[in-house]
Design a protein around this ligand. Sequence first.
Ligand code: G3P
Length: 478
Amino acid sequence: DGDVYKYYADGEWKKSSSGKSVAIINPTTRKTQYKVQACTQEEVNKVMESAKTAQKTWAKTPLWKRAELLHKAAAILKEHKAPIAECLVKEIAKPAKDAITEVVRSGDLVSYTAEEGVRILGEGKFLVSDSFPGNERTKYCLTSKVPLGVILAIPPFNYPVNLAVSKIAPALIAGNSLVLKPPTQGAVSALHMVHCFHLAGFPKGLISCVTGKGSEIGDFLTMHPGVNCISFTGGDTGIAISKKAGMIPLQMELGGKDACIVLEDADLDLVAANIIKGGFSYSGQRCTAVKVVLVMESVADVLVEKVNEKVAKLTVGAPEDDCDITPVVSESSANFIEGLVKDAKEKGATFCQEYKRDGNLIWPLLLDNVQPDMRIAWEEPFGPVLPVIRINSIEEGIHHCNASNFGLQGCVFTKDVNKAILISDAMETGTVQINSAPARGPDHFPFQGLKESGIGSQGVTNSINMMTKIKSTVINLP
Ligand code: G3P
């Protein structure tokens, strides 16, 4: 029926033979907003086959032509920002302005990747043999970067467009084909984005987008013998994927518990502003969100007061109204957040605001005097609830940060640059921000997590490199 969005394969929009669909629930209304096809394993097989075929020709397409198509797709994507943003608002309750920003940022990312690709893929290395003991100058080695084949991209709900193109663009510029499995919440935004690539005129089968139930096609996709690389962003599922995937390169980003360490000499107004931005933007549903504040006891009262003043000013409501705090993505997510809040309540945390929830909408909440025995000290709420732990030494802060299973980013606020650098070195995270909240962007910066936060490194250049392999040709002279 016409109500169900079609999936994209072989350059065409198709209905699944399953006759089934998956419902996308609007987090705000909690009613079905859209439906997408529930693709079958048979359909996944077909997509993999055409991806394999299309890649062979694409790899032989001149690099500048690949870049040209990506630039075209980027421009079309930006032209379509309004309808795509509207889907983001309906599917994932992203505030209206942030939804537009996500699409524009995505267009910029695609263009930047095309530019970067023509540079770094346009050159290789030349080595000679006589630098290694025992060799004469009789071997010349030429290296270049060659594509891996078929890349499987699995982005999360919080950036269904941006974290899809951050995988699609590097894959394509490097000469790979790409199969996208969008998150269910965000699938229609992703299909619209794929439509922009379709309009740009990429060859058939080079990019496809399969929608469906994780239980039906999830493992089938990630364990498919036709997949040569997986780029995944999301939660725990990534750990399961990394255990099941075969001998292929993996790029994984799986969340974090980013700490914000605040020293006594910090500019507390700056800290408060960054805690608000870092902890509460998109209602805390970012893997780089500030997820625990570790503040020196001597400045804690003042900081908490400053943050509370700003929390009071956050607008709470519908994403269409561009409210700061909007409903979290699903009822189960809201229930999980509530579980963490209740646990903190039972164990004696100080509630700086009253806990309030209406459906999936949770009012912003700062929890002071959080103790290590509370779940929220360690788990990521992925919601607008932020714990504050008071510390008495820098070591205590570093210890808490490093005791986490996660290691994505962290931040430290101080005017003493020497201390900041020492703390950055001591923090076991992929990135440490000095005097600003954690963030992935700008998108050409390397982005990586340690421990359960991920495998490999992202960012435009790293992703292009990760989706290629070195090929050597050695000329042997007589
Ligand atoms: O949650 C996904 C992560 O990549 C966050 O990106 O731009 O919000 O820091 P950003």
